[in-house]
Ligand binder design. Structure first.
Ligand code: F6R
Length: 271
C-alpha cells in the first residue's frame, strides 16, 4: 500500500484531484468507480473546478457507482444517484449513457447485481476505483464480517453505518437499513484504487486497514492484497498509524531512489 499523509482535507483533495487528473489524461484510464458520502465531496468540487479550467475532460469517462440504498427511487433527495448528479455529473461533460448505477428499486435483486457485474466487464473493467472508508472499516457497503470474496450483492447496514448516515436524513426512521453494493472482489478487480480518509473518526479504521491483519471484520484490510492502492489521509485520520514516519519518509523521498541509483551507476562506471 502506498500511504500518503497530508496535513488536512484540503491537501488530501489536492493530491487526489491531481492523481485523478493525471490518470484521465492517460487515454487507457477511462472507467471510474465512484463513491458517495461526505469524504469525496471536496474531490468532486476540485474536479469540477479543474473541468471548468479545461484541465480534465469527462467526455470519454464511464462511471460505476459503488452502491445505492435499497428502497429509494433515483430522484429521492438522499439517493446516491441524486447525490452524484448534484455533486458531480450535472457540472461536467460526462455522457448520461456512460453513467452506471445500482437501482434502489430492483425487480430482481440477483439478476440486477449480476447485470451490474456484466456491465463492468463489458466496459473493460474499472481502471480507477475511488473509495471512502466507513468508521467500521467498510468499503462500498461491505460491512464487517461480509465475505471478502463477494461480488455485487444486497446487504444490511450496521447500526453504526445507519447512525453515521442519519445526518443526511430528516428523521431517524427514514435512514435506509439495506443497500446494494459492489462486492469486495468487484472492488479488488479494479486496476488501481485510491482511498480517501479524513477526520479523527476514521483513525481506527485506517489503522486496521493499513496495519491490522487482513480480516473480514475490517473489509478494507483486504486492500493489502491489491498491488496498486494509494491511501491518502489527513493527519487526523492517520493519527493511530504506528509506522507513519516510514510512510512520510517514503512519500517525501520517492525521487531519491532514482537519484541514488544514477549516482551508483556513475560510480560503478567510473571504476
Ligand atoms: C459510499 C460508500 C461508503 C462511504 C463510507 C464513508 O458510496 O461506499 O463506503 O465511502 O461510508 O462515508 P463518509 O465519506 O460519509 O464518511
Amino acid at each position: 500500500m502506498n500511504v500518503v499523509i497530508k496535513n488536512d482535507a484540503a491537501a488530501v483533495t489536492e493530491f487526489a484531484c491531481g492523481l485523478v487528473r493525471e490518470r484521465l489524461a492517460e487515454r487507457r484510464y477511462r472507467v471510474l468507480g465512484l463513491p458517495t458520502g461526505g469524504t469525496p465531496v471536496l474531490l468532486y468540487q476540485a474536479l469540477i473546478a479543474s473541468y471548468r479550467r479545461g484541465e480534465v475532460d469527462f467526455a470519454e469517462v464511464v462511471s460505476f457507482n459503488l452502491d445505492e440504498y435499497l428502497g429509494l427511487e433515483p430522484t429521492h433527495p438522499q439517493s446516491y444517484r441524486r447525490f452524484m448528479e448534484e455533486n458531480l455529473f450535472s457540472h461536467v461533460n460526462i455522457r448520461p449513457e456512460n453513467v452506471h448505477f445500482l437501482s434502489g428499486l430492483p425487480e430482481d435483486i440477483a439478476w440486477h447485481c449480476a447485470d451490474y457485474e456484466r456491465e463492468i466487464v463489458e466496459a473493460g473493467g474499472i481502471d480507477l476505483q475511488i473509495l471512502g472508508i466507513g468508521r467500521d472499516g467498510h468499503i462500498g457497503f461491505n460491512e464487517p464480517t461480509s465475505s471478502l470474496r463477494s461480488r455485487t450483492h444486497e446487504t444490511a447496514l450496521t447500526k453504526q453505518t445507519i447512525e453515521d448516515n442519519r445526518r443526511f436524513f430528516e428523521r431517524a426512521e427514514d435512514v435506509p437499513r439495506w443497500a446494494l453494493t459492489m462486492g469486495v472482489e468487484t472492488i479488488m478487480d479494479s486496476r488501481e484504487i485510491l482511498l480517501l480518509a479524513t477526520g479523527r473518526s476514521k483513525a481506527d479504521a485506517v489503522k486496521a486497514m493499513v496495519e491490522g491483519p487482513v480480516a473480514a471484520i475490517c473489509p478494507a484490510s483486504i486492500l493489502q492484497f491489491h498491488p496498486a492502492v494509494t491511501v491518502v489521509c489527513d493527519e487526523a485520520a492517520a493519527a493511530k498509524l504506528d509506522h507513519d514516519e516510514f510512510y512520510r519518509w517514503t512519500g517525501d523521498n520517492q525521487h531519491r531512489m532514482l537519484e541514488f541509483l544514477a549516482e551508483q551507476r556513475r560510480r560503478v562506471a567510473g571504476n
